[in-house]
Design a binder for this molecule. Structure first.
Ligand code: ADP
Ligand code: MG
Length: 321
């Protein structure tokens, strides 16, 4: 099954939820001939507006590629991507850049904050670059939501005590990164493993803010993760395997997500030939991950894995309700 096109479902207020982004029969292939890798294999998906969607799957299953294609950061080989009513696969570079800038927010794992700018300046930077005037009332609401009101003039490395230069970003960086993504009121925010560099407490905090931005501000969020606890914050989890959408879950618990991920381990051990021929193309920058690699969910899926917090590890059930 490669289809996860949403049936019109009802949101919290009972209204029909619209589609914020969609993929139709999307194929993404890298390379040619022997080194050709099909990262996405006819993916159909609708991303509901005002909902929090997580994308999960084993390492190399195409999660980042799907996110990049949906966000217009990468081109598709075949098929169509739309953001709202705009089909972005038809857009020329300049229009696409503009649409990305005006309608899409990003939270990357490294957060990409500028250490020389204070929190407020980092938050409004994308709008400054775009020559847009921030909507002050909105920006203040966002800043309040992530609890940064009294720290706006701090620089990222002053935000939490004792942080060393070059150390992984702390939870406070995460708050600034979330606020920055929300400040421009994008139609949709994409995050690729946004909690990947955070300890479990800071990760839970960031996920809590993402959840609140959906519940209280009506934000649409798509997040790639391999952490079942992180996925449990989402309204819907899409599962990719070998570039195909193979399953989905609504309002899952971390335990349910973990169980589903474990089944991928079973599937993989029965497979004769992995579909993603990473090993066929040495030197293309995507080294195959061994089963011993803690990042690989194709390998043993251990709750001791530092990258995969055990359910309940964040000290929260994953959702407020
Ligand atoms: N720029 C690229 N060049 C070649 N192969 C790539 C590139 N990006 C991704 N791939 C391959 O596409 C497949 C899916 O990758 P990716 O989307 O990064 O997976 P995931 O995010 O689920 O780990 C993998 O086999 C990966 O090696
Ligand atoms: Mg990835």
């Amino acid at each position: 099954m490669t289809t996860a096109v949403a049936n019109a479902s009802t949101g919290g207020n009972g209204a029909l939820t619209a589609v914020a982004a969609s993929a139709r029969q999307v194929v993404k292939a890298y390379g040619v001939g022997e080194t050709r890798v099909v990262a996405l294999d006819r993916v159909d998906v609708d991303i509901a507006r005002g909902a929090f969607t997580a994308i999960m799957g084993p390492s190399g299953s195409g999660k980042s590629t799907l996110m990049h294609c949906l966000a217009g950061l990468d081109t598709v080989t075949e098929g169509h991507i739309s953001i709202g009513e705009h089909e972005i696969t038809r857009l020329k570079d300049k229009k696409l850049t503009q649409l990305r800038r005006d309608r899409i927010g990003f939270i990357f794992q490294a957060f990409n904050l500028l250490p020389t700018l204070n929190a407020y300046e980092n938050i409004t930077l994308p709008m400054d670059i775009a020559g847009r005037k921030p909507d002050r009332a909105w920006v203040e609401q966002v800043i309040g939501t992530v609890g940064l009101a009294d720290r706006l003039t701090h620089r990222p490395n002053q935000l939490s005590g004792g942080q060393q230069q070059g150390a992984p970003p702390s939870g406070s960086w995460g708050r600034v990164a979330v606020a920055r993504a929300l400040a421009a009121r994008p139609e949709i925010i994409f995050g690729d493993e946004p909690t990947g560099n955070l300890d479990s407490r800071a990760g839970a905090e960031l996920l809590g803010f993402l959840r609140r931005s959906v519940d209280e501000l009506g934000q649409t969020i798509v997040m790639v993760t391999h952490d079942p606890v992180a996925a449990a914050y989402a309204d819907r989890v899409l599962y990719l395997a070998d570039g195909r959408l193979v399953d989905e879950m609504h309002r899952p618990t971390a335990e349910q997500v973990l169980d589903r991920m474990r089944r991928f381990v079973g599937d993989a051990s029965h497979a004769q030939q992995p579909h993603t021929p990473e090993s066929h193309a040495p030197g293309h920058g995507y080294p195959p991950r061994s089963v011993d690699d803690p990042r690989s969910v194709s390998g043993p899926y251990s709750p001791d894995d530092p990258h995969i917090a055990a359910p309940g590890h964040h000290g929260t059930s994953g959702r407020a309700s």
